[in-house]
Ligand binder design. Structure first.
Ligand SMILES: *[C@@H]1O[C@H](CO)[C@@H](O)[C@H](O)[C@H]1NC(C)=O
Length: 108
């Protein structure tokens, strides 16, 4: 099997969810939950299309929670998370992107 396929099986991508997922207005707080299939060394949160992560949590089991407080219009983008598995070790692909829709923010 190709190395890429092995990595996908051993370190499957996480999934990201937004809470609340709708009805977010400027100034609100939003929680992003990255759900992991296994224990992770670290979990990182990214804005879609960016290579640098914006937040990190270490030693996570099952789920990492990231808070965005005081939502601004620049925060109305898509987010992704990824993790580094401990056992087996390896870095996952990024999750499917989840869009934070902010009402009251101009749509791009
Ligand atoms: C957002 O979180 C901050 C810090 O936890 C809190 O002080 C504030 O009241 C929260 N704002 C809203 C709109 O829930």
């Amino acid at each position: 099997m190709a190395p890429m396929a092995v990595a996908l099986i051993l370190v499957p991508p996480p999934s990201l969810s937004l809470h609340p997922s709708q009805g977010v207005t400027l100034g609100d707080n939003v929680t992003l939950r990255c759900h992991l299939p296994r224990m992770a060394d670290w979990v990182r949160l990214y804005q879609y299309g960016k290579t640098t992560y914006i937040k990190q949590k270490d030693k996570v089991q099952d789920m990492a929670e990231f808070s965005l407080n005081g939502i601004k219009k620049e925060d109305a983008v898509s987010y992704q998370c990824r993790y580094k598995g401990m056992e087996p070790a390896g870095t996952s692909e990024k999750s499917d992107p989840v869009e934070l829709v902010v009402t009251g923010a101009p749509t791009a």
